[in-house]
Design a protein around this ligand. Structure first.
Ligand SMILES: Cc1cc2nc3c(=O)[nH]c(=O)nc-3n(C[C@H](O)[C@H](O)[C@H](O)COP(=O)(O)OP(=O)(O)OC[C@H]3O[C@@H](n4cnc5c(N)ncnc54)[C@H](O)[C@@H]3O)c2cc1C
Ligand code: FES
Ligand code: FES
Length: 499
């Protein structure tokens, strides 16, 4: 039923099977139907205690170690696309309509170890073995996607997996020595046609169930999602769950009403029209990372530094923005790109500039009946330099202490236009209007950047916390300007590469 909302025609697919009050998914090729209390479990607990797939280990329960990694497959056309996820921060209601493969499910059809497992044995890649299933799962996903990965691709695929006793070199050696020709591809282990119709049907039906004081709803389309949001404004939206589910596991958060966006159709597209980019509200960071490789390498690089593959395979750009953390990685980039958020409710759509979205610590200009439908921004022009910075103790899998983004136009040696945003220096991510005013029209010299450092200091009010002291952040607020200057001068305007 197409209808018009604020000039934008929206097509809703109203047809589909009836509402279900149970979850339906597959584990290692077998169908599971789950209702009641079990439907509120994290996937890792369900796998270990209900499905007895105890190869999946649990250590941190907050997405940091990868011991609980599993492959989650979702329909993509006629195929099933598998990605590694942390099962400890995926609740079962996020897995409806998915196919989950655990380490047990990676055994060769003849019962032999998977070649990746055999390589771990041969290269002495395991000692206590607690981390090993997670490494095996992550490596199997890589080999399924990229049959001849380079050493860097192996390291990248394993950044979300921690090992405390073996040391990483034997594990990387195992990755480098997998006998590729012996690998049975996932689509051969689990032919998509054997479960495709069931998954398709599952993904076309809404799910709603109540258990005790808990209510969960899984819509199929945006219209259903906003209707639920209007009816239950107190419902917690769960997209990738990489923020929400950590709060459940570690901070005693007990959402009594959940609106799960995990298989929402209509918000999962990333598109480009001319130089305008549109990122749907359920697009994962991994999908965005892939899409932007050539189109916006600076943001692609920042996403490569974001969390780990497991986190990026679940987490979304909308979730990173809506979570409203002052040290979230993507908002500074969105600030200097002048991104706009398209919010949707039953009343229609409205646009908010991201620079006006944050109204105070964790306070946003978003009504309780609204969803982020998509994020829209323009790619930088050819004469603009874009640089994005993340300062953290570790390169990967670490939350930032400080972030910065610069978009600058240089006309000869003069700064003709400039946008700067800092994160980690106030209660919200900040555009830096005084700094921008100071820089505009000035010669692009080291002296200008030194003087600009003083202006920046007057504009920020960092605090001390576990990630860095106030003094450290003040220092970064000045030094980042010098780094920016040297990088632009030395490297010209080429984007930062992986190093
Ligand atoms: C181990 C680990 C590492 C991490 N590393 C990083 C990092 O390097 N950098 C970084 O910035 N963050 C990091 N994070 C935080 C987190 O991954 C990101 O904030 C992520 O983008 C959140 O997206 P999500 O879809 O998982 O959000 P969710 O947890 O599902 O939701 C987060 C918030 O956004 C709201 N929300 C989600 N989607 C919408 C929507 N469409 N409309 C309205 N509201 C919505 C939810 O209600 C909730 O309040 C990390 C988290 C973990 C666990
Ligand atoms: S148990 Fe550590 S990431 Fe899940
Ligand atoms: S083998 Fe013990 S933690 Fe990796």
């Amino acid at each position: 039923m197409p209808y018009d909302m604020h000039g934008l025609t929206v097509e809703w697919n109203q047809s589909g099977p009836e509402m279900r009050d149970y979850l339906l998914f597959y584990v290692n090729g077998k169908q599971h139907k789950v209702a009641g209390e079990q439907a509120l479990m994290p996937l890792s607990s369900y796998l270990r205690y209900i499905a007895f797939a105890t190869g999946t280990k649990v250590v941190c329960e907050e997405g940091d170690c990868g011991a609980c990694s599993v492959l989650v497959g979702r329909l993509q056309g006629d195929d099933i696309n598998y990605r590694t996820l942390n099962s400890c921060i995926q609740y079962l209601y996020q897995l409806d309509g998915a196919h989950i493969i655990t380490v047990e499910g990676l055994t060769q059809p003849n019962g032999d170890l998977n070649p990746v497992q055999q390589s771990m044995v041969d290269c002495h890649g395991t000692q206590c073995g607690f981390c090993t299933p997670g490494f095996v799962v992550a490596m199997c996903e890589l080999y399924d996607r990229e049959p001849s990965p380079c050493p860097q691709a192996i390291k990248d695929a394993l950044t979300g997996n921690l090992c405390r006793c073996t040391g990483y070199q034997p594990i990387i050696d195992a990755g480098l020595n997998v006998p590729v020709e012996e690998i049975t591809r996932l689509r051969e282990l689990y032919p998509p046609e054997s479960i495709r119709n069931e998954l398709l049907a599952a993904n076309q039906s809404e799910v709603e169930f109540v258990h005790g004081k808990h209510r969960v709803y899984i819509p199929v389309n945006v219209e259903q999602a906003v209707a639920y949001r209007a009816k239950w404004p107190e419902a917690t939206i769960v997209a990738g769950g990489t923020d929400v589910c950590v709060n459940i596991n570690k901070r005693g958060f007990d959402p009594q009403n959940v609106l799960s966006l995990s298989r929402l159709q209509g918000m999962n597209e990333i598109t480009i029209d001319g130089d305008m980019l549109s990122v749907g509200g359920s697009v994962t960071l991994a999908k965005m990372e892939d899409f932007l490789r050539e189109k916006l390498p600076q943001l692609h690089h920042l996403l490569w530094l974001f969390g780990s593959p497991q986190i990026r395979n679940a987490g979304t750009l909308a979730g990173n923005i809506a979570n409203a953390s002052p040290i979230a990685d993507t908002p500074p980039a969105m600030f200097v790109l002048d991104a706009e958020l398209e919010l949707i409710s039953t009343g229609g759509k409205r646009r908010v500039k991201i620079t006006e979205f944050y109204q105070g610590y964790k306070k946003c200009d978003m009504q309780s009946n609204e969803l982020i439908h998509r994020i829209v921004f323009q790619l930088p022009a050819a004469n603009e330099v874009l640089k994005l910075y993340k300062v953290s103790k570790r390169k990967h899998l670490d939350i930032s202490a400080f972030t910065a983004a610069f978009r600058v136009s240089l006309d000869g040696g003069t700064i003709s236009d400039v946008a700067v945003a800092y994160g980690g220096v106030a209660a919200v991510v900040k555009r830096m209007p005084e700094l921008e005013k100071f820089l505009k029209g000035k010669p692009f010299t080291l002296e200008t950047m030194h003087l600009a450092g003083k202006v920046a200091l007057d504009e920020i009010t960092p605090i001390s916390d576990v990630r860095g002291s106030k003094e450290f952040r003040n220092q970064l607020g000045r030094n980042i300007l010098l780094k920016f200057f040297h990088e632009v001068n030395q490297a010209g305007r080429t984007p930062a590469c992986r190093q």
